[in-house]
Write a protein that binds this ligand. Structure first.
Ligand SMILES: Cc1ncc(COP(=O)(O)O)c(C=O)c1O
Length: 377
């Protein structure tokens, strides 16, 4: 059994993906070929943004957004404590300070009250300038943007949506990657929309920011590649990846998103009887998840590790996303802790992600469900 079955997905999409790859190779348009512009057009239309600027990966996408705003030393950037390392890493990379904010135990996303508390602490200290908040759409569920945007407005902060895991999710019908002034995503293979290597994208409605991003992704180019008007870097999405993504985006829209939601629904109803021993992911009203992960919570670490081993013996792969809170990562050892994060501390001990993907057969899923039930007796 696969945790996310990319082999099965390829079997189903083989004809179209093979043809797309072949087309790029035959035309030798490996860099910035027409598929890249077409993908950007389709992605922007899908999420409901004016501009999509693809790039090398989701980490570069976040960094490019920070560059566009000139985030630098002395700036405070608020990020969830429970996320993938890149969300905080890019802040430190620009010389700014990541401020770790605790998350909501039910949704795994940034706790908006805790965000406001952290902003106040930074303001009272008076050493850093609060500039930006980076909410993450963890495991496919959009963060609570309506509340976050209200707090950001109150303290004059910008919002950068880290939609690396969120592509396909929505809040009140507005799609992930359309929140905040800038939003980003990742096409890492296991993401809701993944390519066959690294890839990422930035989204914005702002024409000037869009032009700036298109320039810095190709060495700070001006009107052409050999006129360089600023210091940039090299972060383009390969044409091959764009061609693969075009094929996958169609399947994603046609049926994958719906199917993965059916799988999540089946988990939800089947696990209801285990409510007293484990917690399933909460999807609040008007939110829709793209289920990058299906993550359950059990009582403590000892039970979590035993359950993981029990499933492993039955050849059911599981993952621990994430085992270490951001504020406890060695790389952030020297950073001051502005807020205690007890919820994240607890989640890192109690979460377990189960296999989920749109190509999961009912028998496979029932085997997982029965095994979890068997474990809890
Ligand atoms: C929340 C989050 N942010 C950023 C990234 C970085 O994306 P990439 O791996 O494409 O650089 C990831 C990818 O794992 C992620 O999950």
């Amino acid at each position: 059994m696969q945790f996310r079955d990319l082999k099965k997905q390829y079997e189903v999409l083989k004809l179209s993906i093979d043809a797309a790859i072949h087309d790029v190779i035959v035309n030798t348009s490996f860099i910035s070929g027409p598929q890249v512009a077409e993908l950007e057009r389709q992605l922007a239309a899908y999420v409901g943004r004016k501009h999509c600027i693809t790039c090398g990966n989701g980490t570069d996408a976040l960094s490019m957004a920070l560059m566009a705003w000139g985030i630098k030393e002395g700036d405070a950037v608020f990020v969830p404590d429970f996320t993938f390392f890149a969300t905080g890493e890019v802040v430190s990379f620009e010389g700014a300070t990541p401020i770790f904010v605790d998350v909501d135990e039910d949704t795994f996303n940034m706790d908006v009250e805790k965000l406001e508390e952290a902003i106040k602490v930074v303001l009272e200290e008076g050493k850093l300038v609060p500039k930006l908040v980076i909410p993450v759409d963890l495991f496919g569920l959009p963060a609570d943007y309506e509340k976050i945007e209200a707090v950001a407005k109150k303290y004059d902060l910008k919002v950068l949506e880290d939609g690396a895991q969120g592509f396909g999710g929505s809040l009140n019908g507005k799609r992930s990657c359309a929140f905040g002034e800038i939003s980003t995503t990742s096409f890492f293979p296991a993401k809701p929309l993944g390519c066959y290597g690294d890839g990422g994208a930035v989204f914005t409605d702002d024409d000037e920011i869009s032009e700036y991003l298109k320039s810095i992704r190709v060495h700070g180019k001006g009107s052409h590649k050999y006129e360089n008007i600023r210091i940039g870097w090299n972060s383009r999405l390969d044409t091959l990846q764009a061609a693969i993504l075009l094929s996958k985006l169609k399947a994603f829209q046609d049926y994958e998103l719906e199917k993965v939601n059916k799988v999540a629904e089946n988990y939800e109803t089947s696990f209801r009887e285990l409510q007293h021993v484990m917690k399933t992911p909460a999807i609040p009203e008007s939110f829709y998840s793209s289920w990058a992960q299906y993550t359950i919570q059990v009582k403590d670490r000892e039970i979590r590790d035993r359950l993981q081993n029990f499933l492993k013996e039955r050849e059911i792969p599981t993952m621990i996303y994430y085992p270490i809170p951001m504020h406890r990562q060695k790389a952030f050892e020297g950073n001051k802790l502005y807020q205690l994060c007890p919820v994240t501390d607890k989640l890192c001990e109690t979460v377990l992600s189960l296999p989920i993907h749109p190509y999961m057969e009912l028998e496979e899923q029932n085997y997982i469900i029965d095994s979890v039930k068997e474990f809890f007796g």
